[in-house]
Design a protein around this ligand. Structure first.
Ligand SMILES: Nc1ncnc2c1ncn2[C@@H]1O[C@H](COP(=O)(O)OP(=O)(O)OP(=O)(O)O)[C@@H](O)[C@H]1O
Length: 607
């Protein structure tokens, strides 16, 4: 991005205000009204207090000169000022309380929107790093940034009103001093706004490097990384990179802080000079009796507080840049279009359930969004009801991609997939997915108890212990479970207290059992389900699998040929294309890629 574009980008960030205020209003209309009303009162009080202060001084001077009436007025006025100060303290507390309550409301509303959006996103969004970053950033600061933006905006309004009332008081006293003081403040305002913008640009420029810093920190503090960090001695290297980045950040921050200091000092001297010039004028007029001593005191207090209000506005402008950057990221995330899973026809078509349905891929090609290379190219395959298909091929051949297309986690770029004669695009995705049972290569280790780890495969049966035990039996997990201290009630994983850690193979057995929870599934998909399971367990699993999946379609991805050979049909994928297709015997007879790979592995076992 060019400098100019960045500048415009930063300027346009203030466009986030209306959207933020809308959210704020939705979070709590009553809170918004209370905050607005309290802000208005808080904005008007300082001028009233300063004015009463002036009246007190004038009355004291008059009383000292012998006026009895003035003496009694002094008491009344001091009482009034006390009342106003009390009011001011109450309003300030009220503002803090309202903000605290709004923080909870607004944070909650936003977190829920962020999570709802996450549910609506498709797999491609999660696999796209830019979108993923947006979501993580949105989550990280949802509790603080929006409220801060609103608070700063209110604070600018409050300080501007206060300044306006002060100016009105001063105009009556000396119109020229108002002009001089405003003129002396303008350079400070411009300089601060520019420096805040520079700070903001620095912040947004280095956002990617900031993420790198977080990542380095993450490597050194995660349980999942500690073995490699220790074995490869990565500590000094990672820490060194962390330090270098940090020092770069620090150098930039320091330079900006010095610039801020120099400008602040220079312009501060200018406005101080203007102030004392006007002070001289006002003091001279008070000495000559043109204005009262109370007027002079009013001038002093209004000006000092006016400076604080002005400084408050500058600070708010600075932090609003950062808050608005966050909001633009949040709105961009919430606006990601997610219509990809909608059906083409209404009502969606649905092949009869509980019926064996054939699956057909017709000339399917696919490449990942933003990628040049084809992950699948002109793939045609037919799976008859009850058939077992094994997908084999080297890493990156396209096996998992094919499964993603079947589950409509992605759409083919060319060609079509049919389920029971219906184009997948015309089916409701939830209907489609509910017909599949699957164990993915990167299955999830839920940090819940054993029963839940299995029951999650079919949420309506989460409490059905008999069905869970049956699934555990079918998935080959019951042996593992019996050995656990509280069997099905054992908490798993290392995240929470009393969690029991399992071996990779034991976790995998639970994942298989989870897939078996869907006993009405019409298709079973096992994406390398045996990678961590020992040979004996694998054999047992497949025998059970053959029996259980007898009348269903099953798709198995495996690198173990002892497993693969059991399938009715084997598809050898190579560079996204079906290189060979047939039964084990047919492919062995063909003596091509499959036969070569099979013999290679068999020799490995024999040696
Ligand atoms: N999310 C993704 N975004 C972009 N490209 C991807 C993505 N996932 C996979 N690919 C690419 O698509 C191709 C096919 O990958 P796929 O995961 O289907 O291979 P696979 O046959 O399952 O491999 P493995 O045996 O290693 O699991 C690879 O070239 C890979 O780099």
């Amino acid at each position: 991005m060019s400098l100019k574009a960045r500048f415009q980008n930063a300027g346009s960030l203030f466009k986030q205000l209306p959207g933020t205020f809308r959210l704020f209003w939705q979070a709590s209309p009553r809170g918004a009204v209370v905050l607005g009303a309290l802000t208005l009162v808080a904005a008007l009080l300082p001028a009233a207090i300063a004015w009463v202060g002036k009246l007190i001084v004038d009355s004291v001077v008059a009383a000292a000169q012998g006026s009895v009436e003035a003496r009694s007025r002094v008491y009344g006025l001091v009482g009034l000022e006390f009342g106003l100060m009390l009011g001011s303290a109450v309003v300030d507390r009220g503002l803090t309380l309202t903000r605290e309550l709004l923080r909870a409301n607004l944070g909650n509303l936003l977190n829920e929107r962020i999570l709802q959006k996450a549910l609506a996103l498709e797999l491609q969004h999660f696999e796209d790093s830019a979108t993923y970053d947006k979501m993580q950033n949105a989550r990280r600061e949802a509790n603080s940034r929006p409220l801060s933006l609103v608070t700063q905006a209110f604070s600018i309004v409050r300080n501007t009103i206060t300044l306006g009332t002060f100016a009105a008081l001063l105009v009556a006293l000396s119109p020229w001093s108002v002009v001089v003081l405003v003129a002396a403040s303008v350079p400070a305002f411009i300089a601060e706004a520019r420096l805040a913008m520079a700070g903001f640009r620095l912040y947004s420029w280095r956002a990617p490097e900031g993420r790198k810093l977080n990542y380095l920190e993450w490597i050194l503090t995660r349980d999942s990384h500690v073995k490699e960090v220790k074995l490869f001695g990565l500590g000094p290297l990672v820490l060194g990179r962390y330090r270098t980045l940090f020092q770069k950040f620090f150098a930039e921050d320091r330079a900006l802080a010095f610039r801020r200091m120099a400008w602040g000092l220079g312009l501060g001297v200018l406005s101080l000079g203007a102030f004392y010039g006007c002070y001289l004028l006002v003091a001279g007029r008070a000495a000559s009796g043109t204005i009262t001593v109370g007027d002079m005191v009013l001038y002093l207090s209004v000006f000092r507080q006016g400076q604080a209000a002005f400084q408050g506005i500058l600070t708010s402008v600075g932090s609003m840049y950062e808050d608005a950057l966050f909001m633009s990221n949040l709105f961009a995330y919430l606006d990601i279009p997610t219509g990809g899973e909608a059906t083409r026809v209404l009502p969606p078509l649905s092949p009869p359930r509980g019926h064996d349905s054939a699956i057909e891929l017709r000339d399917v090609s696919f490449r990942y969004p933003g990628k040049e290379a084809w992950a699948l190219k002109n793939v045609s395959l037919t799976l008859k009801p009850g058939q077992k298909l094994a997908l084999v091929g080297e890493n990156g051949a396209g096996k998992s991609t094919l499964v993603k297309l079947l589950l409509r986690l992605y759409e083919p770029v060319d060609g079509d997939i049919f389920y029971g004669g219906v184009n997948l695009k015309d089916m409701d995705v939830e209907d489609l997915r509910s017909r599949f049972g699957a164990v993915f290569q990167d299955f999830v280790r839920y940090q819940f108890n054993v029963a839940e780890n299995i029951g999650l495969g079919h949420v309506p049966a989460l409490e059905d212990r008999t069905r869970i035990e049956k699934a555990a039996e079918e998935g080959g997990a019951s042996g593992v479970i019996t050995a656990l201290p509280q069997q099905y009630d054992t908490m798993l994983g290392g995240w929470f207290e009393k969690g029991q850690e399992l071996s990779a193979g034991q976790w995998q057995k639970l994942a298989v059992a989870r897939a078996f929870m869907r006993d009405d599934a019409e298709v079973l998909i096992l994406d390398e389900p045996t990678a961590s399971i020992d040979a004996e367990a694998e054999h047992a699993l497949f025998e059970r699998f053959q029996a259980l999946a007898a009348d269903r379609i099953a798709i198995v991805i495996s690198h173990r040929f002892s497993t693969v050979r059991m399938a009715d049909q084997i598809a050898v994928l190579h560079n996204g294309q079906v290189d060979e297709l047939g039964s084990h015997d047919e492919l062995m007879a063909k003596d091509g890629r499959y036969a070569h790979l099979f013999r290679l592995q068999a020799r490995g076992y024999r040696d």
